[in-house]
Design a protein around this ligand. Sequence first.
Ligand code: NAD
Length: 494
Amino acid sequence: MSEVQILASVETFLQRQHGHFIHGQHLEVDRRRIELINPATEQVVSSIAVGNQQDVDAAVHSAHDAFLNAWANTSPYERGQKLNKLADLVELHAEELAQLETLTTGKLIHLARHLEVAQTAVFLRYFAGWATKIHGQTMQPSLPSMNGEKYTAYSIRQPVGVVAGIVPWNFSLMIGCWKIGSALTTGCTIVLKPSEFTTLSLLRLAELAIEAGIPAGVINVVTGTGETGQYLINANHIKKVSFTGSVPTGIAIGQQAMKNDLTRVSLELGGKNAAAILADANLDEILPTLLQATFVHQGQVCAAPERFFVHQSKYDEFVEKVTGAIQQIKIGSPLDESSMFGPLSNQPHFEKVKHYLDIANQNDQVICGGQVIQGTGYFVEPTLLKVQGIDDPLFIEETFGPVVDVIPFESDDELIRMMNHSRFGLTASIWTNDLAKALRLIPQIEAGSVWVNMHTFLDPSVPFGGVKASGLGREFSDAFIEDYTELKSVMIRY
Ligand code: NAD
């Protein structure tokens, strides 16, 4: 086993006494601290401060001031340029950011490099391009003209103001930058509250933003727990909450935002995503892609499938081949470039997944995997389960881990009924060469995204978000613009 050498700059960053990043500066604060644990070694790698009301108010004040002054005085072109410059700096510091993510989340280093950090730059550049393309419309009113007067009307899109961005731990840097990109390109400013488990990469990114010429106060980061997030949602001048995380937290946040004079809210939440493998699918062809999409980042991806529906005629072959493939997955240190599967990201999540594995073992539902790996680190095996009907908790609840059910189906009606038997509706996929059948099934599937012969791929040009309890609102494409801007109508009589 050969592990990647940790950069000196990363070692130095880990040893800092981290505070918040407010008004362009690292702000040391004397607050309760939380230790950041490397999930592969269970060793403390650094610590962060738990932000209180005063910290949040300082960050929001700075963001509000920057919204009214510094950022308002930039042209759309300049905003785009600065986001592009930030993307350049992300690329320049790619290894440093990737190592920070791996050390605090257990994400495989090659995934941190080639997915998280690389895609962060791609998304920032995509949002940068929108800065110069946000526009309203002109209209021709039909009001009667009594004395020869005329009317014209137009609409403008204006930034909503200060955005609260609340971020989960699984792709902290990338999801944080989805929020930064959306806010900054539309002319908003932002206060981010990263996850208490994965805070460092966004603190480092905020420093890079200053280097990129983004004015102080446009991006602020307040660290801490859900309590810190609560202060942020309720702070004066927050005009929009953009939340990514679990369904219960999302619903609570949505209710609270509504109570605060209808603060806008977008919610990107969990899923229990389905992959439907139809009778004609060639398993040898599809399995490498399907399994990669399923077990990427140890299944801790909101969009990844947790339920495989397999046509009865292919069920035995599918189970045998998936079992064989899972047994080949090399589990190891996330800093070892040859590892294919690392630890779960943090201890509470490890306990949650272990709880589901315990139930599966007790009920004799494990087809393959199913064990916690003894020793140091939060490692579990990638797991395939059978379920006891569609009301089985293992069929219904999101594990957000490398635990996937396999269920046979016979008819298309049965398939659709079982796929939609869920409170969630984030993503789904169909695996087939029968495009006509796929096109008939797609409208019947209750999910925000449906893929054909692929799963778990996000692209900035394609809107992303959930239906049912999986969320509210859409990110990316031009869909985010409505969420981050107010539409103002202007009518003129002349
Ligand atoms: P979580 O809901 O526990 O926490 C998310 C964030 O909210 C963290 O920063 C946390 O500190 C903060 N928070 C917690 N309670 C809060 C409160 N009461 N008020 C304000 N902030 C609060 O989620 P998690 O465990 O970090 O992430 C895993 C979940 O996120 C999974 O359910 C997963 O499906 C979902 N997720 C969804 C997407 C998506 O785009 N749909 C992407 C990634 C993760």
